[in-house]
Design a protein around this ligand. Structure first.
Ligand code: MN
Length: 241
């Protein structure tokens, strides 16, 4: 997949997302970048991105990565993203992927295969991650099934090693490794810049963006409430407070 597909889905005159217009030149043999962006869009998901041949190979993982080898996490192969998108954290105001992006993890990755392109073709990519939250040996395996997903369904698996464990890493370490915040913190931090830079946007764009942001905040708060420990069953106690 080329960046053509990425660009075709986005209108860069109104989006603060990097356009991918100027690919960074990487030194040969330099460690390969990887990241996971937690993306609160129409559905919360985690985007795993691996640098390869000047772009970021990308999989959308609805439940997020798990460091428990017993978990097989569905990972939908999506279009390549530009390298500079990999460190983006902020708001996508409009159109494709509209919502909030959190840089959930980043670091370097190492293919454990000789030929990444061939591994992608075969649907079996073994890799090592060296991130803040995700480390050690992993595999991306293409699956059959999930109906008409067009061969885009893969599974993300953690191999057994010293970095594996029965921990729900997405719940245990939910925040940004860039800002330390959650989605609402990112909104509070990013929104002034975004609105200023969007002054020249065509009429109606700001109103639409506000609606998207309001909705995103509502979803973020809903998720926060879900993640919070259940309120105590407090027969007789409540009245005393
Ligand atoms: Mn996404």
């Amino acid at each position: 997949m080329a960046l053509k597909e990425y660009r075709a889905k986005r209108n860069f005159s109104v989006s603060p997302e990097p356009s991918g217009a100027e690919p960074k030149k990487r030194k040969k043999g330099a460690p390969l970048f990887f990241c996971v962006q937690k993306h609160l869009a129409s559905h919360l998901h985690y985007d795993l991105r691996l640098e390869h041949d000047g772009v970021l190979l990308s999989w959308a993982v609805p439940k997020g990565p798990s460091i428990n080898p017993a978990d097989k996490r569905l990972a939908m192969h999506v279009e390549d993203h530009p390298l500079e998108y990999g460190t983006f954290e902020g708001v996508i105001p409009d159109g494709y992927g509209a919502g909030i992006v959190m840089l959930w993890d980043e670091g370097t990755w190492e293919p454990l295969v000789d030929d990444v392109a061939d591994a992608l073709k075969r649907g079996d990519l073994k890799l090592r991650l060296n991130g803040v939250k995700l480390k050690g040996s992993w595999a991306l395996i293409r699956t059959r099934g999930y109906g008409d997903s067009g061969g885009r369904s893969w599974l993300l698996l953690k191999h057994k090693d010293e970095w594996a464990g029965p921990v729900d890493i997405a719940a245990f370490a939910p925040l940004s490794i860039k800002s330390g915040g959650d989605f609402t913190d990112i909104l509070a931090q990013e929104s002034p810049d975004l609105w200023t830079s969007n002054r020249a946007a065509k009429s109606g764009a700001q109103t639409h963006m506000l609606k998207v942001v309001e909705r995103a905040v509502a979803i973020a708060e809903e998720n926060k409430a879900k993640a919070a420990p259940p309120a105590r069953a407090s027969k007789g106690r409540k009245a005393k407070r």
